[in-house]
Design a binder for this molecule. Structure first.
Ligand code: HPA
Length: 230
């Protein structure tokens, strides 16, 4: 039990699949897990532990943004026996060459957030996921449509976005709001993290997925994440 998680120590698996939205966590548990149990509902940040193809796994929401991700990733790694967290989220793309619904495996997270400086006085702007997890995910993806690349983890959703700087100068495919914090905390505690994203909107073309399309691409991403851990 921690300030934000009421689960007992043995009620959380060593691998956690982490969507941002608690209702997504519920959807994954209901549709993919067997013998699952709700183990956290503090602040409605639902966590379910059950079995996928006989592999024990916990599905738990992170909430939105690095402050929220920072709380849950830290408590899971530090106070439970969690070894790996795979985030499954969405992102906004910066180029018309990146299709809506496409899946992105993050190989670098860039940020201008103060997260790492405040967390442990690190003066860094790029964090990487676990190579081992990424290799397992890539092996699972096989030849499904997927991009591997760098994303920008922003602290601010509503702002004037300079797409050209982030895309051309920093080399980011798009943006989300949690990966840098997840990767930084994992590294600091000697744990593993990875991140799969579906492109839910395009900041260049101003298009976004319909709710049906969003659900379908989300399903494909979840299946990749789950199959990569069995
Ligand atoms: N910005 C930040 N986070 C996001 C976006 C975005 O455009 N789309 C999905 N998550």
């Amino acid at each position: 039990m921690t300030p934000h998680i009421e689960a007992k120590e043995n009620e959380i698996a060593d691998i956690v699949i982490m969507p941002g939205d608690p209702l997504r966590a519920e959807y994954i548990a209901q549709n993919y897990l067997e013998n699952y149990k709700l183990v956290n509902k503090v602040r409605n940040v639902f966590a379910y532990t059950g079995f996928y193809k006989n592999r024990m796994v916990t599905i738990m929401a992170s909430g939105m943004g690095m402050p929220s991700m920072g709380i849950y990733a830290y408590e899971l790694f530090k106070f439970y026996n969690v070894d790996s967290i795979i985030r499954v989220g969405s992102c906004g793309a910066y180029s018309e060459t990146i299709n809506l619904g496409e899946i992105v495996l993050v190989d670098e997270a860039y940020t201008d957030s103060s997260f790492a400086r405040v967390y442990d006085n690190s003066d860094i702007s790029i964090e990487k996921p676990s190579l081992e997890l990424n290799e397992r995910i890539l092996a699972t993806i096989c030849n499904k449509n997927c991009k591997v690349g760098k994303i920008y983890s922003t602290d601010v959703f509503y702002r004037n976005v300079d797409i050209n700087k982030l895309y051309k100068v920093e080399g980011c495919l798009g943006e989300e709001m949690e990966s840098f914090a997840l990767f930084h905390i994992a590294k600091s505690l000697n744990k593993k993290a990875a991140c799969l994203l579906t492109v839910s909107d395009n900041l260049k073309t101003h298009q976004s997925l319909s709710s049906v399309e969003r659900q379908n691409s989300f399903k494909q991403m979840i299946e990749i994440a789950l199959d990569s851990i069995v």
